[in-house]
Ligand binder design. Structure first.
Ligand code: F6P
Length: 545
């Protein structure tokens, strides 16, 4: 690991191999290898990965897995699962896997030690508290201050305290009850919370304030608005019945007025973007029931086990990670697209965007040296069907190479519904079109001058992930799959995937600008652009009062 990544024999072998593969077209690879699907697909539990539509052959897989082995992926995964403090810049263990750690059969889960202390009893105790609390709310035993049953859950959080639970709650909408709505608020623009509150009855609303630190500016601002809304409508004494929290900051939650019985812990070894399996899942548990959440954890655990034990070449997260490195570093692909062909998975790209970009959007190695390779890609995406009619043009014909992940569920639940015929036909067709393309010779009846416009170069890689159905278990597997993919890439690039110092500077500057925008303090010395923007705001504000 002391040799710079680019100087390793494995990297150089891949460099040479990439030059060979760059001259090959996938349509020829498919024509010459009739077993590509069988050779380049794998299944774990309820997830099938087809990675045959990639610019790879058996040699590529061998060379990529050799790179993973040389970079110490095997030891790194052991270190993570065992609670070693691999987040070295924050001196923290990384144990989102412990949140879903479970025993085989009736046996208790194996201990996971941090600083010699087993974290499992605390996790299991929190899960049983979450179960009990959610059952009380859902059954109507827990009521608002006037005795009214809770009918609206409003989660206030941002980043990992928002994107993960919002995505999961939406994906599991089929598990929600008609008499219990769930909404998510993150934006400090009042418009968002005002829109949500318009649909809620204060006497029947329970807010879940999700913030590991309980000091994030956007969240505390929205929590204060919600608090005032309840106090105005029902009185100050109502706060205890209408707020729950998930946080490590018990001092702040107590000061807010939330009783200890409604505060659920977080731990410093769970990063925000990896926290959906922690108590941050509270709005999901309230909306969909504890059983669904428990199945989500079981699915995530199944993927953890696969990742922990499967050999590198048969390991789904490792394979996805290596393909990402292959394109980012050897084909200079700037981005990757996440394209769910399922209405209920439409928020997946936003969740993965944070997991990936906040983890691997790094410019220095663990040793603090500038990276010499490309690291995490730009992650973007959207619902596949809608995206086909917007940005797919660029995916098919722009000179940029954008590898894509297509994600679909074979059924929406226990039944097959006919709408999937059209949905999946498009999903599969897009991967085929990206791979094959269309040559000028295949364009019949097209005038010559239009042919260049209608040629598709093809040879554009994609992975397809098929879930057996959209259920909590499969969803848990999918979430853990991407978490581990990102982890493996971080190990290969030699970066710390678990800190996020890059978000701090903007926060600090905003803190110093806010009093000036509020008109409380003069701006002080600033660059002319920032000063000009502040002046424009103050002028508009002054004109409006
Ligand atoms: O600003 C980034 C971040 O720290 C994320 O990593 C995190 O998910 C989010 O803010 C919210 O933090 P908190 O849960 O402490 O409010």
């Amino acid at each position: 690991m002391n040799v710079p990544l680019k100087d390793t024999a494995e990297w150089q072998a891949l460099n040479a191999h990439a030059k060979v593969m760059a001259g090959k077209h996938m349509r020829d690879l498919f024509a010459g290898e009739p077993n590509r699907f069988a050779d380049f697909s794998m299944r774990d539990g309820q997830v099938l990965l087809d990675y045959s539509k990639n610019r790879i052959g058996a040699d590529t897989v061998r060379l990529l897995t050799a790179l993973a082995a040389a970079r110490g992926v095997d030891a790194a995964r052991k270190d993570m699962f065992s609670g070693k403090k691999i987040n070295t810049t924050e001196h923290r263990a990384v144990l989102h896997t412990a949140l879903r750690n479970r025993g085989v059969g009736a046996a208790p889960p194996h201990p996971v030690l941090v600083d010699g202390i087993d974290v499992m009893p605390d996790i299991l105790h929190t899960l049983s508290r979450l179960r009990e609390f959610s059952e009380r709310v859902r059954s109507g035993t827990w009521t608002g201050s006037t005795g009214k049953k809770i009918q609206h859950i409003v989660n206030i959080g941002i980043g990992g305290s928002h994107l993960g639970p919002m995505f999961v709650a939406d994906a599991l909408k089929g598990y929600q009850r008609a008499d219990l709505s769930v909404a998510f608020v993150s934006n400090p623009d009042r418009a968002q919370i005002d829109d949500v509150l318009k649909t809620c009855d204060p006497a029947a609303t329970l807010f879940t304030i999700a913030s590991k630190t309980f000091s994030t500016a956007e969240t505390t601002a929205n929590a204060a608005i919600a608090r005032a809304w309840i106090a105005n409508a029902l009185g100050e004494q109502a706060i205890a019945n209408h707020f729950a929290a998930v946080s490590t900051n018990h001092h702040a939650t107590t000061e807010f007025g939330i009783p200890a019985e409604s505060v659920f812990p977080m731990w410093d070894w769970v990063g925000g973007r990896y926290s959906v399996c922690s108590a941050i899942g509270l709005p999901v548990i309230l909306a969909c029931g504890f059983e669904a959440f428990d199945q989500l954890l079981a699915g995530a655990h199944a993927m953890d086990r696969h990742f922990e034990t499967a050999p590198l070449e048969y390991n789904m997260p490792v394979m996805l990670a290596l393909l990402g490195v292959w394109y980012a570093d050897f084909f200079d692909a700037p981005a990757t697209a996440i394209l769910p062909y399922d209405h209920r998975l439409r928020l997946l790209p936003f969740h993965i965007q944070q997991v990936d970009m906040e983890s691997n959007g790094k410019g220095v190695t663990l040793a603090g040296q500038p990276v010499e390779t490309n690291t995490g890609p730009i992650v973007f995406g959207g619902g596949g069907s809608d995206s086909q009619h917007s940005f797919f043009q660029l995916l098919h014909q722009s000179p940029r190479l954008i590898p894509c992940d297509f994600i679909a569920a074979l059924s929406s639940g226990d039944d097959f519904d006919d709408s999937r015929d059209l949905l999946l036909a498009n999903c599969f067709a897009q991967t085929e079109a990206l791979m094959k393309g269309r040559t000028a010779a295949e364009l019949h009846g097209v005038p010559d001058n239009l042919k260049p416009h209608r040629v598709f170069p093809g040879n554009r890689p994609s992975n397809t992930l098929l879930l057996d159905s959209l259920n909590p278990f499969a969803l848990g597997q999918l979430i853990a799959l991407y978490e581990h993919k990102v982890f493996v890439q971080g190990v290969i690039w030699g970066v710390n995937s678990f800190d996020q110092w890059g978000v701090e500077l903007g926060k600090e500057l905003a803190k110093s600008l806010q009093p000036a925008l509020a008109g409380e303090t003069p701006l002080g010395p600033r660059d002319s652009s920032t000063a000009g923007l502040v002046a424009a705001y103050l002028e508009a504000k002054g004109a409006s009062v």
